[in-house]
Design a binder for this molecule. Structure first.
Ligand code: IPE
Ligand code: IPE
Ligand code: MG
Length: 262
């Protein structure tokens, strides 16, 4: 019986049970996460918003390591949106400091766990030192091939599509392609995510049920999962719940139930 609630079920299953239940042959290849709720998590504790962002880094570490361990190929984390540029300068500055610290600290772990790092978004809008650091971590990790960790920074789905259209236009003008060559597949090669498969699963934490301009083109057939757990509290068990929920779904792609199996 289908449960039409868009929120996670709170199963009593333990982490161990969920791990046993998890079908390693049916993992999402690409998981995208909207890491939301840091500010509210902090406010509930009468702490400044930045404390929530700091606490959220521990969740990032745990989810990245675990994803890599179980064999997820790509993990995209929405860390800073185009719209987030409208936040107070103080919060933006603090977020950038945390990002720099994270990249500097995690490079070792990425090398050890063979994680390739990639940033998507209008990276050049970030301050020079952050851009340099991002490019150097991308370069350093480029031959790692266990998992790709993608950080969406200064990212907006609509901007990504407009940027892609501009690139298509350029290629048409310079006769590197003809309009006949343009279809869904060739267009997607112009997106920031050109080398990454579309997400199979998108998770949003903290109770909001919206996509907030994230991977708009790519989520056409992504399974969506919403949890009320705020990002700083999101741990392995919450991730496992999302993965098990995903594995219980039938992805029909417009076909009739069971049809794709024939
Ligand atoms: C998500 O947490 C992190 C970023 C957007 C940078 P928020 O900062 O949006 O936290 P809430 O949603 O205000 O609780
Ligand atoms: C989305 O969260 C962006 C990130 C998680 C980086 P927001 O908190 O910015 O989104 P809205 O404002 O609730 O839609
Ligand atoms: Mg938010």
């Amino acid at each position: 019986m289908t449960d039409f609630s868009s929120f996670e079920h709170k199963p009593s299953a333990t982490e161990e049970t969920l791990l046993q239940q998890l079908d390693r042959d049916n993992l999402p290849r690409h998981v995208a996460i909207i890491m939301d709720g840091n500010g509210r998590w902090a406010a509930q504790r009468h702490l400044p918003r930045i404390a929530g962002h700091k606490a959220g880094i521990q969740s990032v570490r745990e989810i990245v390591t675990f994803s890599c361990e179980i064999g997820i190929q790509a993990l995209t984390l929405y860390a800073f949106s185009n719209e987030n540029w409208n936040r107070p300068v103080k919060e933006i500055t603090q977020l950038m400091i945390l990002l720099e610290r994270f990249l500097n600290k995690e490079l070792k772990t990425m090398m050890k766990n063979e994680i390739r790092f990639q940033a998507i978004g209008q990276i050049d809008r970030l301050q020079d030192s952050v851009v340099k650091l991002i490019r150097s971590v991308e370069k350093e990790t480029r031959n790692n091939n266990k998992m790709t960790l993608i950080l969406a920074l200064s990212y907006g789905g609509r901007t990504e599509i407009v940027d892609a259209i501009k690139k298509v236009h350029q290629d048409l003008e310079q006769e590197r392609m003809t309009i006949k060559d343009l279809d869904e597949k060739s267009f997607s090669k112009y997106l920031y995510t050109c080398n990454i498969p579309d997400p199979d699963l998108m998770i949003r934490t903290s109770g909001e049920v919206r996509v907030s301009n994230f991977l708009l083109w790519q989520v056409a057939y992504t399974e969506l999962y919403f949890t009320k757990t705020p990002w700083p509290d999101f741990r392995k068990i919450h991730f496992l719940r999302a993965l098990c929920d995903y594995q219980g779904r039938e992805r029909r792609y417009g076909l009739i139930s069971g049809e794709q199996n024939h």
